[in-house]
Design a protein around this ligand. Structure first.
Ligand SMILES: Nc1ncnc2c1ncn2[C@@H]1O[C@H](COP(=O)(O)OP(=O)(O)O)[C@@H](O)[C@H]1O
Ligand SMILES: O=C(CO)[C@@H](O)[C@H](O)COP(=O)(O)O
Length: 495
């Protein structure tokens, strides 16, 4: 039995997997709070992740009917980019600034300029720095919290921090490290010249975690934690990775030809490549995978965060919201929403706010507003999919994951807006499943067990979730998408 953990933005999920029988035995989640403030500040206390992990761990085991002593290995997936800066005692010097924090957009623009603009970033890092990546968060801390900055002894990402708590080891791997902004995604090594530009006073040998290969263990669960969780001795913890990297494993996206699309707090689209990617469009993140390959990706910042905002504004539960979305026509009678409540990464508008366009006395009602915000979030992902261009060539199916994938209405909308067949894995929290699969790979690789074999055994698609594009709606969405891109163009001109 193996455990997969996924520390997302809104909650931490845990799955228990029986690898021999190829079944998921139980899953559970626990929420965390998001601390939002002026100027795009979005932070979380890492202690909340630990509390959520423990709560979800015990609950998932109970649901699975499994005793913790039966667990052989754990894999951890985490929201990407978050800055977890620890002091010499392993205590955070400041709350974790998250991937969706845009308070550091000025520091990001400054860093991009100092690295020689987009071309300089591509040459040095293999990707263009974006607000949200870890680099500008460190630069921000240096400028705004110099006392905390001076106490930094280690710079980890959320999944590294959970691995550190489990094992006591300060390590990372290429998938998540590629979202720091001080890592060369082509050579899979830290980029020390760029790191010195961001944090000249910090010694990279001391503060940057040791880089592992994806199949290597982060360590063994330390005795104190093993006792607390009821685990046996020598439980292995795999390298883990960013949630998008482990979501790719959990959808079987470990060879070219598939697209994984996530409707989580963020929206992401990614495709696997066995070779390094050097897409020169600054919005494409040329990340590494957590399997030894590469995973070019686009990320939009306002997906379920945006739909939840409107749903809660109207005081609706998920079912009523979904029914209202389904009741409105394609295109919401001319209402267009650019849902950039949190600023946006793709398109690159970190300081943007949301726009509701085309409202008139006839079309302004709940159903259209609900549909338009879901359409706006989904049209943004089509825009991202188009940016990936040839990187998704040959892919005939979208594997849909994340909380929003539980909605049949949304699944059909993704199929109609992208014109591509959509299917969900049995478990929409594919990142947690991917983490469990990676843990089994790490533990059983020496016996000749391959990642491909494990994915074949454990990634089951849910035939009930299949959504085929409806030709009439695909056609209708061409015009809606044109309206959306026109609104984007207008927005860019106004920035
Ligand atoms: N049936 C559904 N329809 C629409 N949204 C849903 C549905 N089920 C869950 N969600 C939304 O999914 C979000 C959580 O998604 P998740 O992928 O777990 O996020 P994260 O990993 O970023 O924490 C919540 O905002 C929740 O409201
Ligand atoms: O920043 C990115 C990807 O670059 C986000 O995708 C985060 O990794 C957060 O993921 P979710 O909480 O939405 O799953």
């Amino acid at each position: 039995m193996y455990i997969g953990v996924d520390c997302g933005t809104q909650s931490t999920k845990v799955v228990v997997v029986d690898v021999e029988r190829g079944v998921i035995l139980g899953e559970a989640s626990r929420p965390h709070r998001l601390d939002e403030g002026e100027n795009g500040r979005r932070e979380q206390a890492p202690s909340e992740w630990l509390a959520a992990l423990k709560g979800a761990f015990f609950s998932a085991l109970e649901r699975a009917g499994v005793n913790a002593s039966q667990i052989r290995g754990i894999g951890v997936s985490g929201q990407q980019h978050g800055m977890v800066a620890l002091d010499a005692d392993g205590v955070p010097v400041y709350p974790a600034k998250l991937w969706c924090d845009t308070e550091t957009s000025a520091q990001n623009s400054d860093l991009v300029a100092r690295l020689g603009g987009e071309a300089g970033c591509l040459e040095k890092l293999g990707l263009v720095l974006q607000t949200g990546y870890t680099a500008s968060k460190i630069a921000w801390l240096r400028e705004h919290q110099p006392d905390a900055y001076r106490r930094i002894d280690n710079l980890l990402l959320p999944h590294d921090y959970l691995n550190f708590w489990l094992t006591g080891e300060r390590v990372t791997e290429a998938g998540d490290a590629s979202g720091t902004g001080y890592f060369d995604t082509r050579t899979r090594r830290w980029q020390l010249e760029v790191f010195a530009e961001i944090a000249p006073e910090l010694d990279p040998q001391r503060v940057l975690p040791h880089l592992l290969e994806a199949h290597e263990p982060a360590g063994i669960v330390r005795p104190l934690i093993a006792r607390e969780l009821g685990l046996g001795d020598n439980v292995v913890v795999s390298s883990g990775g960013g949630d998008n990297m482990l979501g790719a494993i959990g959808t079987g996206n470990i060879t070219p030809g598939l697209i994984t699309l996530s409707l989580g707090t963020s929206g992401t689209v990614c495709a696997y490549s066995p070779e390094p990617i050097l897409c020169d469009n600054a919005m494409v993140a040329n990340f590494c995978s957590s399997t030894g390959g590469w995973l070019p990706l686009i990320c939009t910042m306002n997906v379920t965060s945006a739909t939840t905002r409107i749903r809660e504004l109207f005081g609706l539960d998920l079912t009523t919201f979904s029914d209202l979305v389904a009741s409105a026509p394609v295109g919401a009678e001319g209402v267009t929403v650019l849902p950039f409540f949190n600023g946006e990464r793709v398109p690159m508008l970190p300081d943007a706010s949301a726009d509701f366009l085309g409202l008139n006395s006839i079309n302004t009602h709940q159903a259209n507003l609900c549909r338009a915000v879901v359409e706006g979030a989904t049209l943004g992902l089509r825009y991202g999919l188009e940016l990936l261009g040839d990187l998704t060539a040959g892919a005939s199916q979208i594997r849909l994951i994340g909380g929003g994938a539980n909605s049949p209405v949304w699944r059909q909308m993704v199929a109609d807006i992208t014109g591509t067949e959509v299917i969900c894995p049995e478990i929409t929290d594919a990142a947690a499943l991917g983490a469990a699969i990676q843990a089994a790979w790490c533990d059983q690789r020496a016996q000749g067990v391959t990642l491909e074999a494990l994915c074949n055994r454990l990634v089951h698609l849910d035939a009930q979730s299949l959504a085929e594009p409806n030709l009439a709606r695909v056609e209708a969405y061409q015009e809606v998408y044109a309206r959306y891109t026109q609104a984007l163009k207008q927005r860019h001109q106004n920035v």
